[in-house]
Design a protein around this ligand. Structure first.
Ligand SMILES: Cc1cc2nc3c(=O)[nH]c(=O)nc-3n(C[C@H](O)[C@H](O)[C@H](O)COP(=O)(O)O)c2cc1C
Length: 185
């Protein structure tokens, strides 16, 4: 493993907690968090990402998003101040052609939010465990948008530290030279 000391601290300290606190996150802070998404890179600068979010300030909306999650995720996500779902536009706006990077770019935008959150002493936990079909109908997500991930965002209850035993593939397993599978680094 490379030394983490040279890593951006917000990346090194980002993790996916389950022990969220229900401490409110101010709307000003939420604007900073999603500003990080707004500034993400995207194919043709399409900015295909969209986020449907609800905070505990509107309990009924928060409950509605919570109800889309699979029960094991509901167990811990119910505490988080904010719940959300991402979507990526499937077509380019300028010519209507398919944009196969829509969901890719939406994921990159959520990663930016997660890093900004870590920088601000918050964390994001992405979730695939939710009912995307119900999300489409109940949240009115248009057909031209592919549904990405659900996510929880908030302060962490207790120590905000990634677990010491994080399991990760080695760089040799993920970064190849010009021959697939041959480590580049
Ligand atoms: C798209 C996506 C879907 C995920 N789905 C779930 C999920 O449904 N439930 C869950 O507890 N964690 C989920 N996770 C969290 C991953 O398990 C977690 O990111 C991974 O174990 C690495 O841990 P770390 O984020 O703390 O570094 C998801 C993460 C992503 C990015």
């Amino acid at each position: 493993m490379p030394a983490t000391s040279s890593l951006c601290p917000a990346i090194a300290n980002r993790w996916s907690p389950r022990a969220f606190s229900d401490r409110p996150v101010s709307n000003a802070d939420l604007r900073h968090l999603f500003e990080a998404a707004r500034l993400a890179a995207s194919c043709f600068n399409e900015q295909p990402w969209r986020f449907v979010i609800a905070t505990k300030e509107k309990a009924a909306d928060h409950d509605k998003l919570l109800g889309l999650l699979v029960p094991p995720n509901q167990q811990w996500a119910k505490q988080a101040w904010l719940l959300g779902v991402t979507a990526g536009k499937k077509t380019f706006t300028h010519n209507g052609a398919p944009d196969r990077f829509g969901l890719h770019d939406a994921g990159a935008a959520l990663a930016s939010v997660a890093i900004q959150a870590s920088y601000m002493g918050l964390q994001v936990h992405g979730m695939g465990g939710f009912d995307a079909a119900r999300a489409r109908t109940e949240l009115g997500i248009p057909e031209d948008f592919e549904i990405g991930a659900a996510f929880a965002l908030g302060y962490v209850e207790g120590p905000d530290e990634p677990p010491a035993d994080r399991k990760r593939k080695s760089l040799e397993e993920i970064v190849f030279g010009m021959e697939w599978g041959r480590p580049a680094l």
